[in-house]
Design a protein around this ligand. Structure first.
Ligand code: ADP
Ligand code: MG
Length: 404
């Protein structure tokens, strides 16, 4: 293969703003060094051939006019095809070019660092270039957000947006509808360290992620109905706040008044909304949540509204940079983690242990990053403690592993 272009996409982690992008709320991610690279050679046939430097990912080839994306057993080439299909559909390409592609990735997969989105975005980018088209970074991010949903995950857009919009030396506040990114300077004197629990959680192959998206969607519907809003049109928790014109704090009070902490059965939800089980399944639930019988709405909505407030607070502290900024940001990270663990239930014992280890060895704040149920933590560590932190955390993880 003689690659003509080499495209590269960086990926991300974020300090705060977990599971709220798909609810319409702003998030605060930044890029890390690991990436996905694709070398691409446009060819005259209409065949896309994919190869991977990692032999675990098998070669694949398909005709560009016959893209089939398997949602139930997603393999790596399905993610590539998401990006490919997104660009083809956006431009209505009748005669898309074939490509020989070689992919090389350094992001640990299924670990909350958005390897899937890096792959989808990079595939979108090479398809764009190979077909001689151009788009702005914001347009690319919006297209790739939609096209990653072809794999079945109902994601919100943070991962794809930061993949395209990240810049060196700054985190970004990413806001949606319309998509926009604002620089957020992190205070000096602390480093962000990512540690991997080495528990993998594939988001498309399991229903954990989509169940949370559905719980937020159902909470949106029930809150809207109770407030006399046009609940059928409301999809995201952000929509409820906008329609009611109230603050995030007031939304938290409304959640307490309207929703109950006990899980909702599908029967109760149908009764509240005045719809049949068939309507619930066909009009609201995703394909892989059709058989879920109970949903926690109070806890999920509480996490989302409080997490949205933490993102804004995080940005405010960074902008104002008070003397105790690092402590305040660390507190927010810890609160975010507790909310993920208790209200969103997206942690796991290995992540809980890793957060404890990081806090024990000097992190001011530590939390899971990405969707959770495995994957990585991000910790904020004062620069003067960084060396001992790195040494002790790796040693402690190593010894606890070998001692079982
Ligand atoms: P993440 O949290 O990293 O986004 P996901 O579960 O959403 O995890 O997606 C992981 C999937 O992305 C992997 O199972 C694999 O199919 C694909 N993937 C990630 N990195 C690579 C890579 N280097 N080469 C091929 N596929 C990859
Ligand atoms: Mg992913």
């Amino acid at each position: 293969m003689c690659p003509q272009n080499l495209e590269q996409l960086v990926v991300l982690h974020w300090q705060t703003g977990e599971h709220i992008d798909y609810c319409g709320y702003a998030v605060l991610p930044m890029a890390i060094e690991q990436d996905i690279l694709i070398a691409v050679e446009p060819v005259k046939t209409q065949v896309v051939q994919l190869a991977n430097t990692n032999s675990l990912y098998l070669d694949f080839s398909t005709n560009v006019n016959n893209i089939q994306i398997n949602k139930t057993k997603p393999q790596w080439h399905n993610y590539f095809q998401c990006g490919l299909k997104g660009i083809q559909e956006h431009f209505g390409l009748n005669n898309p070019t074939g490509m020989n592609c070689l992919l090389d990735g350094t992001i640990p997969p299924s670990s909350g660092l958005s390897s899937s989105s890096a792959l989808v975005c990079c595939a979108g980018l090479v398809t764009l270039r190979a077909n001689g088209k151009t788009l702005s970074k914001v347009e690319l991010a919006e297209i790739c957000t939609k096209s990653e949903r072809y794999i079945g995950t109902e994601g919100g857009g943070m991962d794809q947006s930061i993949s395209f919009l990240a810049e060196e030396g700054t985190a970004k506040l990413i806001e949606f509808s319309p998509l926009r990114a604002t620089d957020v300077r992190l205070p000096s004197g602390a480093a962000f360290v990512i540690a991997n629990s080495c528990v993998e959680m594939n988001k498309a192959a399991t229903s954990h992620y989509n169940i949370r998206v559905m719980e937020c969607r159902l909470a949106t519907k029930l809150l809207s109905k109770s407030k006399g809003l046009d609940w059928k049109k409301m999809v995201r928790l952000h929509d409820v706040q906008t329609e009611l014109g109230v603050s995030l704090e007031e939304m938290l009070t409304i959640v307490k008044e309207v929703l109950h902490p006990e899980p909702y059965s599908t029967e109760e939800i149908c009764k509240c909304l005045g719809i049949s089980l068939e309507e619930l399944r066909s009009q609201i639930l995703s394909q892989n949540t059709q058989d879920v019988s109970t949903f926690k709405l109070y806890q999920r909505a509480t996490h989302v509204y409080s997490e949205a407030a933490r993102v804004l607070e995080f940005k405010k502290i960074c902008n104002e940079a008070p003397a105790n900024a690092i402590q305040l940001l660390g507190d927010l990270m810890n609160q975010s983690y507790i909310s993920c663990r208790e209200m969103y239930e997206c942690s796991c014992p290995e992540l809980d242990r890793l957060v404890d280890i990081c806090l024990q060895f000097g992190a001011i704040g530590s939390r899971l990053t990405g969707a959770g149920w495995g994957g990585c933590t991000v910790s904020m560590v004062p620069t003067d403690k960084l060396n001992t932190f790195l040494k002790n955390v790796s040693y402690d993880c190593f010894t606890s592993k070998i001692s079982g």
